[in-house]
Design a protein around this ligand. Structure first.
Ligand code: PEP
Ligand code: MG
Length: 913
C-alpha cells in the first residue's frame, strides 16, 4: 500500500486525476510539478491514511513512519537543507487538502522545523526574519496542536508593540522578537503543562495528527453538511518545503483567479500582499492590493486600492505569473484559483484548483470558453451547477430607486463587489444573531471580517457585508459559493461590536435590526430598504422590457439551455394552474404542463360560494345545480391555459383535496358564511363538524371523493373538453390529458377512467370536435406503485406524485415533519430532507418498480414525476436512471431542470459506458 507521494524537481508521483487519494491540493501540486510550473518540493500523505486513522483509534499504518522519513530525505536533497539542521535548516508547511475544497475549515501550520537551535541557522541570514518566523510558528503550533488559545499570544504581541512603540508587527525589532519567543515558550509551559517541543520530528508528527483531527472539527462538519461533502472522504496532508513571502520587500504572497469569479469576465484577477505570509491574504486581516493594473481602475472607487498593483511593483514577476496562469488554464481547460508566493523576486505556485464561481460567472465562463474553442458544448453544460442558474433569475436593485436613495444621502459607502445580486435585510452583527433573526426577516450579516465559524450565519443571511478583507477573503469565497450577494472591504464603514453599531461618517449610526441594502454587483452599501427589479433574463424573456441584444447574460443563459436541450432525453414540463404561470414556464422552456391542480381554481371569490353550495347540498340534485354554476368558471380557466400552451400537452388533475378545506373553520368565519348562504349558524357548524376528519390527508379525498360524488369529476371533465372544443374552433391545438389523483386500487381507476372517457366523448361529439381522450393516473400511494402492472393496463400515463408518495411511504406528515426532520438530518438518520430530494433507497425504489411494472403491462406507457422533486437536480439524476419520460416542476425551476436533465444524461451515458 502506497501512502506517501513525492513531488519536486519537475516530477511527481501523483497527478491531477488522483484527487481521491491526494486531495485537491495534493493533486494540484503534483500536476503543476509535472507540467513544469515552479512548485517547492514536498509530499502528500494520502486520504487513505485519514480513513485508517479514524478506523484505528487515531493510529497510523505501521509503514507510514518510514515512508515519511524517506520522502523528507528527498525534499532535503532537493532544496539542499536538512530538517532540524543547525546551519541550514529545512522548514516545512503542513496543510490539509480534501477532495473538495473546504476553504479555511481545517488546520494549517507554517514554518515547522524551527526550534532554539535551527532558528540560529536562519538568523545568520536575517535575524529579525528568523525570530519573527519562530514566534509565528510557536503561536500557530500551540493553537492547532497544543490547543492553547491564540489570544494569550496575541495579548503579549500587542503589549510588546505598545512597549516598543511599533504601529505594526513589521516594525518590532529583532531583539524584541527574541524576547517575545521566550515569553511565548513560557505561555506554552504554563498553559500546556510542558515545554514547547524542540524535537522537529515530534513537531512534524504533532502537526500531521492535528490536520487529520481537524477533519472532524465542528466547522468542517458544518461546512460538509452545507456543501454535501461526504464525511468519509477524509483529508490528505501536504508537507512542503517553505518559501517565504515575508522576507523583505522583494517578497510577496497572493491568490488569483484566471478569470473573474464574480462576473466571469475574462481578465486575470487577484490580490497580493507584499512582505507577508500566505494566510494573511485569505484571513482578510490586511486588505490586499490588486494584482493587475486594469483591476485598479475597475474598482477604483474603493479607497483601499490607492496603492500599487503587482503588475507595477514587480513587472518581471508579474509577467512570469501571467505565463503560468495561462499555462494552467489551458492545461486544465477551466478557470483556476491559484496561490503563489514570491521569495526574493522568484515565483512559486503553492496551489491550483478549479475556481469556485457564482452562477453568473459559471455561465459566462462556460460560454466564453466555448467561443474560445477551449471546451465543447457538452463540457459547457457540465460546468454549471444546475442549482446555480437560478441566480440569473434573482432580482436586482431598481436603478432609479437606487439613484434616488443615493441622491437622498443614503449611500453609506462602497466596498468590493464580491458576490453579485441585490440584498435588503435587517442588520445582524453576529452569526448566531443572523441565524435567529432570519427566522422572521431577511438579514444582512455585517462583520469586520468573517471566519469559518460564521458559516451557519452566512448561510441564513440574505447578504453579507464586511469592512475588511479583499475579493479572495473568507467572506468573499464562501458567499460566492453559497450564491449570496456580498460586499467586502468596505473600509469607510466601522463596525463596533461592543456598541452594536455600524458607523459611516456623516450618517446616524445603524443598530442591529435596522434595514440595510447591499449591491453585490456594484459594491454599494445603502441605508434602509430598497426596491428591486427583475433580472435581465426575466426582463428579456418574460417582461419584454429588454432586447436579447442588450443582455449578454440572457444570451449566454439561452445558449447554455439550448445546448442542454440537445443533450437531454428527459422531458421538462411544469406545474402550473394559471395561464400566467403557464406562460412563464413556457418561456422558460417547459414542454407542457405536467400538473395542473384544479382545486386552486375553486378558491377565487365568486367560485368558493358555489363550491360551498355544492358541498353543503342536501342531495345530488343540489350538488349538480351548484356544479353547473361552477362549470363556466372552470371552462374559462382551461381555455386560458390551452391558449397559452397551444400544441403542448396539458395534464389536468381532477379535484384532490378533502372537501372540508373549502369550508370555514373558526366560529366567526362560520357565522359569516352562514349569513352569506342563508344557512343557520348551528346547522352550518354541525355540517362543518360532520366533515371534519382526524387524518384528512388519509381521508375522503382524491379519487375517493369521485367514487362518492361522481358528478364533481363529471363537471370537471365536461369543462375540460368544452374548453378544448372552444379553442380548437379558434384554430388552437389543445391537448388535454386527464389525471386521476390518489388511486390505490385498479377498480378505482377503471370506474373513473370509464366515466372520463364517456363524458369526454359525449362532449366532443356534441360539439363536433375530434380529439383523443387521454386518461392517466397519479402514482402517489405506495400500493399504487405495487399494483402498477394492473394500473398500467388501464392508464395511458403515470405521473408520480412524490410528495404524497414520500409522505405515505415514510408515514411522515407533509405538513408536520418540519418539527423533527432537521434533527433527523443533523443526526444523520436521513441524508437529506426526503421532501426536498427523493429518498432513492426507499421511495425512489417505488418509483423504479412502479415504472417497470407499469411498462411491463404497457410498453408505451408515458411516465413522469410531478412532485416537488421534479425540480431537484439530484432527484432528476435519479429519475433519469429509472427511465422516466419527463419531470414536471414549478415554472422558475424549469431552467434548473433542463440543465440538470442534460447533466443527468451525460452521467448516465458515462456510467452505462
Ligand atoms: C404529489 O403528491 O406529489 C403531488 C404532486 O400532488 P400534491 O402535492 O398536490 O398532493
Ligand atoms: Mg398528491
Amino acid at each position: 500500500m502506497k501512502y506517501v507521494y513525492f513531488f519536486g524537481d519537475g516530477h511527481a508521483e501523483g497527478n491531477a486525476k488522483m484527487k481521491e487519494v491526494l486531495g485537491g491540493k495534493g493533486a494540484g501540486l503534483a500536476e503543476m510539478t509535472n507540467i513544469g510550473v515552479p512548485v517547492p518540493p514536498g509530499f502528500t500523505i494520502s486520504t487513505e491514511v485519514c480513513t485508517y486513522f479514524y478506523a484505528h483509534d487515531k493510529a497510523y499504518p505501521p509503514e507510514l513512519k518510514d515512508a515519511v522519513a524517506e520522502n523528507l530525505a528527498r525534499v532535503e536533497q532537493s532544496v539542499g537543507r536538512k530538517f532540524g539542521d543547525k546551519e541550514k535548516p529545512l522548514l516545512v508547511s503542513v496543510r490539509s487538502g480534501a477532495r473538495a475544497s473546504m476553504p479555511g475549515m481545517m488546520d494549517t501550520i507554517l514554518n515547522l522545523g524551527l526550534n532554539d537551535e535551527t532558528v540560529q541557522g536562519l538568523a545568520k541570514h536575517d535575524e529579525r526574519f528568523a525570530f519573527d518566523s519562530y514566534r509565528r510558528f510557536i503561536q500557530m503550533y500551540s493553537d492547532v496542536v497544543l490547543e492553547i488559545d491564540r489570544e494569550h499570544f496575541e495579548h503579549e504581541l500587542f503589549a510588546l508593540r505598545d512597549r516598543v512603540g511599533a504601529d505594526s508587527d513589521a516594525k518590532i525589532p529583532a531583539a524584541s522578537l527574541k524576547e517575545l519567543v521566550e515569553t511565548y515558550k513560557k505561555i506554552v509551559r504554563e498553559r500546556g503543562g510542558k515545554e514547547f517541543p524542540q524535537d522537529v520530528h515530534e513537531q512534524l508528527w504533532g502537526a500531521i495528527g492535528a490536520v487529520f483531527t481537524s477533519w472532524n472539527n465542528q466547522r468542517a462538519i458544518t461546512y460538509r453538511k452545507l456543501n454535501q461533502i461526504p464525511d468519509d472522504w477524509g483529508t490528505a496532508v501536504n508537507v512542503q518545503s517553505m518559501v517565504f513571502g515575508n522576507m523583505g520587500d522583494d517578497c510577496a504572497t497572493g491568490v488569483a483567479f484566471t478569470r473573474n469569479p464574480s462576473n466571469g469576465e475574462h481578465k486575470f484577477f487577484g490580490e497580493y500582499l507584499a512582505n507577508a505570509q500566505g494566510e494573511d491574504v485569505v484571513a482578510g486581516i490586511r486588505t490586499p492590493l490588486p494584482i493587475s493594473k486594469s483591476q485598479v481602475t475597475d474598482v477604483g472607487a474603493s479607497s483601499s486600492i490607492a496603492e500599487k498593483s503587482l503588475e507595477e511593483s514587480m513587472p518581471e514577476v508579474y509577467a512570469q505569473l501571467e505565463d503560468v496562469y495561462k499555462k494552467l488554464e489551458s492545461h486544465y481547460r477551466d478557470m483556476q484559483d491559484i496561490e503563489f508566493t514570491i521569495q526574493a523576486h522568484k515565483l512559486y505556485l503553492l496551489q491550483t484548483r478549479t475556481g469556485k464561481r457564482t452562477g453568473f460567472a459559471a455561465v459566462k465562463i462556460a460560454c466564453d470558453m466555448v467561443d474560445e474553442g477551449l471546451i465543447s458544448h457538452t463540457e459547457a453544460v457540465s460546468r454549471v451547477e444546475a442549482g446555480q442558474i437560478v441566480q440569473l433569475l434573482a432580482p436586482m436593485f431598481d436603478a432609479k430607486e437606487k439613484s434616488k436613495a443615493v441622491q437622498g444621502g443614503r449611500l453609506l459607502g462602497r466596498g468590493l463587489p464580491a458576490g453579485p445580486g441585490a440584498a435588503t435585510g435587517r442588520i445582524a452583527f453576529s452569526a448566531e444573531r443572523a441565524v435567529s433573526m432570519a427566522k422572521d426577516d431577511p438579514v444582512i450579516l455585517v462583520r469586520i471580517e468573517t471566519s469559518p465559524e460564521d458559516i451557519a450565519g452566512m448561510h441564513s443571511a440574505a447578504g453579507i457585508l464586511t469592512t475588511r478583507g479583499g475579493l479572495t477573503s473568507h467572506a468573499a469565497v464562501v458567499a460566492r459559493g453559497m450564491g449570496r450577494p456580498c460586499v467586502v472591504g468596505a473600509g469607510n464603514l466601522r463596525v463596533d461590536y461592543g456598541k452594536g453599531e455600524l458607523r459611516s461618517e456623516g450618517h446616524e449610526p445603524l443598530e442591529e435590526g435596522d434595514w440595510l441594502s447591499i449591491d453585490g454587483t456594484s459594491g454599494e452599501i445603502i441605508g434602509g430598504k430598497l426596491a428591486t427589479k427583475p433580472s435581465e433574463v426575466i426582463q428579456v424573456l418574460i417582461d419584454n422590457t429588454m432586447q436579447p441584444s442588450e443582455s449578454e447574460t440572457f444570451r449566454n443563459f439561452d445558449r447554455l439551455l439550448k445546448w442542454s436541450d440537445e443533450i437531454r432525453s428527459l422531458g421538462v414540463r411544469t406545474n402550473a394552474d394559471t395561464p400566467k404561470d403557464a406562460r412563464v414556464a413556457r418561456l422558460f422552456g417547459a414542454a407542457g404542463i405536467g400538473l395542473c391542480r384544479t382545486e386552486h381554481m375553486f378558491f377565487a371569490e365568486e367560485r368558493i360560494l358555489r363550491v360551498r353550495e355544492m358541498i353543503l347540498a342536501r342531495d345530488e340534485k343540489g350538488r349538480r345545480h351548484a356544479l353547473d354554476q361552477l362549470l363556466p368558471f372552470q371552462q374559462a380557466d382551461f381555455e386560458g391555459i390551452f391558449r397559452e400552451l397551444a400544441g403542448l400537452p396539458v395534464t389536468i388533475r381532477l379535484l384532490d383535496p378533502p372537501l372540508h378545506e373549502f369550508l370555514p373553520q373558526s366560529e366567526q368565519q362560520i357565522s359569516a358564511v352562514a349569513r352569506d348562504m342563508g344557512w343557520g349558524f348551528v346547522e352550518l357548524r354541525a355540517k362543518v363538524n360532520q366533515l371534519h376528519e382526524s387524518n384528512p390527508m388519509l381521508g375522503h379525498r382524491g379519487c375517493r371523493l369521485a367514487v362518492t360524488y361522481p358528478e364533481i369529476y363529471e363537471m370537471q371533465v365536461r369543462a375540460i373538453y368544452l374548453a378544448a372544443c372552444t379553442v380548437k374552433k379558434e384554430g388552437i391545438d389543445a391537448r388535454p390529458e386527464v389525471m386521476i389523483p390518489l388511486v390505490g386500487t385498479v377498480k378505482e381507476l377503471t370506474i373513473l377512467t370509464e366515466m372520463v372517457r364517456r363524458v369526454g366523448a359525449e362532449t366532443l361529439k356534441a360539439n363536433g370536435v375530434d380529439l383523443p381522450v387521454i386518461v392517466g393516473t397519479m402514482i402517489e400511494i405506495p400500493r399504487a406503485a405495487l399494483v402498477a402492472d394492473k394500473l398500467g393496463e388501464v392508464a395511458e400515463f403515470f405521473s408520480f406524485g412524490t410528495n404524497d408518495l414520500t409522505q405515505m411511504t415514510f408515514g411522515y406528515s407533509r405538513d408536520d415533519a418540519g418539527t423533527f426532520l432537521p434533527e433527523y438530518v443533523d443526526k444523520k438518520i436521513l441524508k437529506k430532507d426526503p421532501f426536498e430530494s427523493i429518498d432513492q433507497e426507499g421511495v425512489g425504489q417505488l418509483v423504479k418498480l412502479g415504472t417497470e411494472r407499469g411498462r411491463g403491462a404497457n410498453a408505451n406507457l408515458k411516465v413522469g414525476v410531478c412532485g416537488e422533486h421534479g425540480g431537484d437536480p439530484d432527484s432528476i439524476r435519479f429519475f433519469r436512471t429509472c427511465g422516466l419520460n419527463y419531470v414536471s416542476c414549478s415554472p422558475y425551476r424549469v431552467p434548473v431542470a433542463r440543465l440538470a436533465a442534460a447533466q443527468a444524461e451525460l452521467e448516465f451515458k458515462h456510467y452505462e459506458g
